[in-house]
Design a protein around this ligand. Structure first.
Ligand code: NAP
Length: 298
């Protein structure tokens, strides 16, 4: 495991070159463009140490139509473990959803996002320009081996946990870890086979799914969700007793990655747990101050 956090080894002026070695769709083909999520692996010759939880920047080719200048890098969370996607220290992977915009000024829909569509359309052998790595906050705690961790993800926010879990199990992790993962459809559960496999092999790993468009929220009074959909916050509330036990451990850490909207659903649950354990004031604020709540949402 790296002792120091590598930061900005490659910049816009001196990007690293990576060759695409894999572009694999992670969701059912039948979902079409709407749920098109890709696992992309780049191989490089340079030295790019990184930690899961960090991001790399991708420089899309071409010019920004608005200002005629080169595109700025788009940041994506690294989906591979410290040793590389192929455990060779020469590969890095991303989990990218094909994105479409709506122009609020014109009402035009389905405008392809520049970077995500560029990435999702890449073919093996294509060359990309990479910057980074960046990010010092959304990392595994030091000495994580016996610490209890709660990972909460929505959609492609799953990326950092894939690398973290691999690093943890490789290092003989002996704490308790939960992965609470929200997706729209069961056949869009990113990396599901990998997580199911770890859950079978590691009794200290609890893998919990919230499939929003296929499962109904059974407790909408306690935890309201859009159209009574099953969201990650419902799963956390259902397990609040075990969660309380886990968060009573002073070095346990909660991670949230994905859609910004999940904060409003999860923070009240954490505060409620805090109140029950005698915390004065906001438990969320306390957890954040103690670096026991790490959030990466957009
Ligand atoms: P998505 O498929 O749109 O949503 C994932 C799940 O979250 C769905 O089940 C969705 O339910 C549910 N959801 C929607 N609103 C929610 C709320 N308020 N509370 C809890 N759950 C909610 O997700 P996505 O398109 O993959 O987007 C993921 C987000 O992660 C993006 O904002 C992206 O920028 C961010 N992110 C990406 C990376 C990366 O490296 N790719 C890293 C960090 C963060 P319904 O749609 O059925 O309502």
């Amino acid at each position: 495991m790296l002792q120091t956090i590598p930061i900005n080894l490659f910049r816009i002026s001196n990007p690293m070159l990576g060759d695409v070695v894999e572009n694999r769709r992670l969701t059912a083909e039948t979902r079409g463009n709407l749920n098109d999520v890709r696992h992309l692996v780049f191989r490089y010759k340079d030295n790019l140490p990184y930690l899961p939880g960090q991001s790399i920047g991708i420089l899309p080719p071409g010019l920004n139509a608005k200002n005629g200048k080169a595109h700025q890098p788009r940041l994506y969370s690294i989906a591979s473990a410290t040793g590389g996607d192929h455990r060779d220290h020469q590969t890095v992977s991303l989990c990218v959803v094909r994105h479409f915009w709506e122009n609020p000024a014109t009402g035009e829909k389905g405008i392809p996002g520049v970077a995500s569509n560029y990435l999702c359309d890449l073919k093996p052998g294509d060359r990309v320009k990479i910057t980074g790595p960046t990010g010092k906050h959304f990392l595994l705690p030091e000495e994580f081996k016996n610490k209890s961790l709660v990972f909460v993800a929505t959609g492609t926010g799953i990326a950092p946990y894939r690398g973290m879990l691999r690093d943890m199990f490789d290092a003989g992790y002996a704490g308790k870890v939960w992965l609470v993962f929200g997706v729209q459809h069961g056949d869009c559960t990113l990396y599901d086979d990998e997580f199911e496999n770890w859950a079978r092999r590691h009794s200290n790993f609890t893998y919990i799914k919230a499939v929003s468009r296929e499962e109904k929220n059974p407790i909408p009074q306690e935890v309201p969700t859009r159209n009574d959909r099953m969201y990650v916050q419902v799963r956390l509330f259902e397990r609040r007793r075990q969660l309380k036990e886990l968060l009573s451990e002073p070095d346990s850490v909660v991670y949230m990655c994905g859609l910004k909207g999940m904060e409003a659903g999860i923070f009240p649950i954490l505060d409620k747990i805090g109140a029950e354990t005698g915390t004065q004031g906001s438990f969320v604020a306390k957890l954040k101050a103690e670096q026991r709540l790490r959030v990466e949402v957009y």
